[in-house]
Design a protein around this ligand. Sequence first.
Ligand SMILES: C[S@@+](CC[C@H](N)C(=O)[O-])C[C@H]1O[C@@H](n2cnc3c(N)ncnc32)[C@H](O)[C@@H]1O
Length: 413
Amino acid sequence: MLLPDVSLRLESEIAAEIAARGPIPFARFMELCLYHPVLGYYTRGVGGGGGRDYVTSSGIHVAFGALLARQAEEMWRRAGRPEPWHFVEFGPGEGYFASDFLREAARNGAFAAALRYLLVEPSRALQERQRSRLKGRTSIPLSWVDEQGLDGRAPLVGCLFANEVLDAFPVHRVVGSADGPREIHVVVRDGGLHETLLPLSAPALERFLAESALTLEPGQEADINLAAPCWITWAVSLMKKGYLVVVDYGHEARDLYAPQRRRGTLLSYHHHRVNEEFLQRPGDQDLTAHLDFTALRRAAEARGARCLGLTTQSRFLLALGALDFLPVPAAGSPETGRAGADAVRSVREREALKELILPGRMGDTFRVFVLGVGDVPRDLAGLSRPWARSEETAATAPLSPPRGASSADEQEN
Ligand SMILES: C[S@@+](CC[C@H](N)C(=O)[O-])C[C@H]1O[C@@H](n2cnc3c(N)ncnc32)[C@H](O)[C@@H]1O
């Protein structure tokens, strides 16, 4: 296989680091692949732009950003309309979410006047794209800040938001054995990168396994994302009063580390193809693993935050009015030839919205995890169950009882 120049260069840097300090934990390898200061996959901003390797909810349909703006407006209103009120977006990627959010937020003049939108993006390349997408589009004040800059603005009143950011943090790959847990490290052998099992690389991993009461069966592999709970602890510490909303794929620990899940959830994406060749194409493919929401909740609660809900993206967006975005069939005229084009556009939009909300698609793969900091209302619109009322009405009706209205419709919070 012919490796692109960037992968060859990164591979030789990784090999040099291994030569200097010995085998490196897989988490360090993943950190270099994604965030090497020059050659990293996210540093270079290659993946999402033209939809090369992945597409996120933000890039699929405007409803995602717009509905989150509706949710944010309710948070602000019920907090007593404070000014300034901060919305901090972490990892804004291509800037689609910010663009849709800001357009919707501008519909309420008082909210727009109070809103300060902060973007935290470590990649210069992605920051440039965000700036050019958002330039001249809004009168709401925008600022790009780094983590230190954000520390300087704390304590904040508002909402912190991250969509598909924490799943891209480096993971330690731990494997059960008869002699206890071992960790996958990367070594150089026969001129190439290979995996090898060694003792755990950090006491923090042992603490994590103990806190999670996690015992892996021999041969069972788990991806341990130590960085995500640390990030949650830091994010909660930034807030005086408000919310932290994380949207991502993940599970509670009991499901994520269940013995039947033998090989963890780590995956690589290259040109929309999923693969498990984690050591291949360093710096030129995405690497991502599911989140452990139990560990995130534990970290948040230890810092004084409250978990207000863990629900599916589908329920969250539907509760906020996702169906308002269903396109109205266009009345085009056959003379102008518009009818066909408008119908195609309308079908495309409908399909995109379905992708966001349908179970089996992003609707239930993605979860919305909501934390409250300080004394804030917990009954947010996005966590409500408007469909429960119609189910109850239907259940008492003599005809057409609801089919399949089962535990799948139960809120998890
Ligand atoms: C998969 S993209 C998601 C993009 C975007 N949130 C969306 O909805 O399309 C991951 C993003 O997280 C950023 N990122 C990675 N680590 C980060 C961190 N510690 N803080 C903020 N952003 C980070 C990456 O540079 C990239 O912009």
